[in-house]
Design a protein around this ligand. Structure first.
Ligand SMILES: Cc1cc2nc3c(=O)[nH]c(=O)nc-3n(C[C@H](O)[C@H](O)[C@H](O)COP(=O)(O)OP(=O)(O)OC[C@H]3O[C@@H](n4cnc5c(N)ncnc54)[C@H](O)[C@@H]3O)c2cc1C
Length: 396
């Protein structure tokens, strides 16, 4: 059984198959569990002093470990708590919350919905812990963490101390961040800014506040709720609808359903040039990406006087489009439920993008199937899919 997030019997030698939602992977040589932030800081600094291999693990829902396990120390983040932060700079109608890194993400969303704070309701049902949320800038159903993230408290390995990093200095992009790109350290807590919704007039005394969600930014969600894109619905209805949609795709953890023994989407949606996308079949879904602002190429007098060279305007940025990895995989002939002979890993029977452990899969099985998918899509469309989860000791 996958341990509940929270106090748990994880000790030295615990296999990753018990610590991750894909439920594969060999033993962690040494396991440290931090229940308080001081402990988390002390453990991390102690590990850095020894220079031995170490890694962080939250809920293990975006991590796939090799069958040989990890020859080093795994630091499990199990801190907890949400608290409002006083902030004079906040506009009216906003609230800033500080969430400890080990707080369960969906418990946070549920608490926000209960309190009528909007901004994360479409991120309902995403497994894992708050501290990992900025690592890949979690997103779903038209919302992303970057929409609400104010800053993080980060124990920086290079600097050796904790510092507050504003969200706009974190390189947050589609399933990406400076941390994912190698900024080494520990997210101790995250601060998010949400809207304090107005309660609907005439609601019953003692009833939970019925406030409205943020405008809906995802077609499928709008249609499930029977509204137009951009409309708002009661925040609780939005959460319920997201949870229903996610469950129908095997995207809500359920120990009894092998389709959820996964990391969610195994591949990111590739972003390619519009030029390249023209070569794909007409039916391939394409989502135009925002065009970056052109760089300011006007040389100032001050720069000329300082002897700096005249700046040459860069070529206009290429227009990019996001493709659907699920569509590419399906059209490359790898259908839902597909599995290689003798393998315990299979494509989810509910969603083409999820590689799942159907019972008894090894990390080797998962990686082999992932490699097969990458190869088929590359052969068929010339697109190289990139894995979304963090792979340890495994190569595609
Ligand atoms: C069924 C299912 C559905 C999913 N759906 C979505 C979805 O809709 N959208 C989405 O974006 N993701 C989704 N995911 C992926 C996953 O839930 C998220 O990426 C989540 O944020 C991972 O959290 P975690 O605590 O489990 O991370 P872990 O797997 O424990 O860690 C992930 C990475 O972050 C690092 N890390 C963990 N904690 C910290 C910390 N405190 N400081 C610094 N680094 C840290 C780890 O070292 C590791 O490299 C899904 C996964 C599953 C299983």
């Amino acid at each position: 059984m996958l341990p509940e997030i929270g106090p748990e019997p994880a000790g030295d030698g615990t296999p990753f198959s018990e610590l991750t939602t894909m439920r594969v992977g060999g033993p962690a040589e040494r396991v440290l569990v931090a229940h308080a932030v001081d402990e988390l800081v002390a453990y991390a600094q102690g590990l850095w002093d020894t220079d031995e291999p170490w890694m962080l693990l939250g809920g293990g829902s975006n991590t796939v470990m090799h069958d040989d396990g990890f020859a080093g120390t795994v630091l499990l983040v199990r801190t907890n708590g949400i608290a409002p932060v006083a902030d004079d700079a906040l506009p009216e109608g906003k609230i800033r919350l500080r969430v400890q890194a080990g707080h369960d993400w969906d418990h946070l969303v549920a608490a926000c919905v209960d309190n009528g704070w909007s901004g994360v309701e479409a991120l309902s049902g995403i497994p894992g812990l708050a501290g990992a949320a900025p690592v890949q800038n979690i997103g779903a159903y038209g919302q992303e963490l970057s929409d609400v993230l104010h800053s993080i408290e980060f124990l920086d390995r290079e600097r050796g101390h904790a510092r507050r990093i504003p969200a706009d200095a974190l390189g947050l992009a589609y399933r990406d961040s400076a941390i994912k790109q190698g900024l080494e350290g520990v997210v101790l807590s995250i601060d998010i800014v949400l809207s304090v919704g107005e309660e609907s007039p005439g609601r019953r005394a003692h009833a939970a506040p019925e406030v409205l969600s943020e405008p809906i930014a995802y077609e499928q969600l709008a249609s499930a709720l029977g509204v137009e894109l951009g409309e708002r619905v009661p925040i609780r209805d939005l959460r319920d609808s997201v949870l229903r949609l996610r469950a129908s795709k095997g995207m809500v953890l359920d120990a009894a359903d092998h389709d959820t023994w996964s990391c969610g989407s195994f591949f990111t949606n590739p972003i390619v040039s519009e030029h390249f996308a023209r070569e794909l079949p007409e039916s391939a879904p394409r989502f135009p990406q925002p065009v970056p602002e052109p760089e300011d190429a006007i040389t100032t007098f001050a720069e000329l006087e300082a002897g700096l060279p005249v700046r040459v305007p860069p070529p206009p940025p290429e227009r990019m489009v996001k493709l659907s990895a699920a569509w590419l995989i399906d059209r490359a002939g790898v259908r839902r439920g597909f599995r290689l002979p003798g393998s315990g890993a299979a494509i989810s029977s509910k969603h083409t993008l999820a590689i799942t452990n159907q019972g008894g899969a090894s990390a080797g099985d998962v990686a082999e199937l992932a490699r097969f998918v990458v190869q088929r899509v590359q052969q068929e469309f010339g697109v190289i899919l990139a894995p979304e989860p963090n792979l340890y000791g495994l190569e595609l």
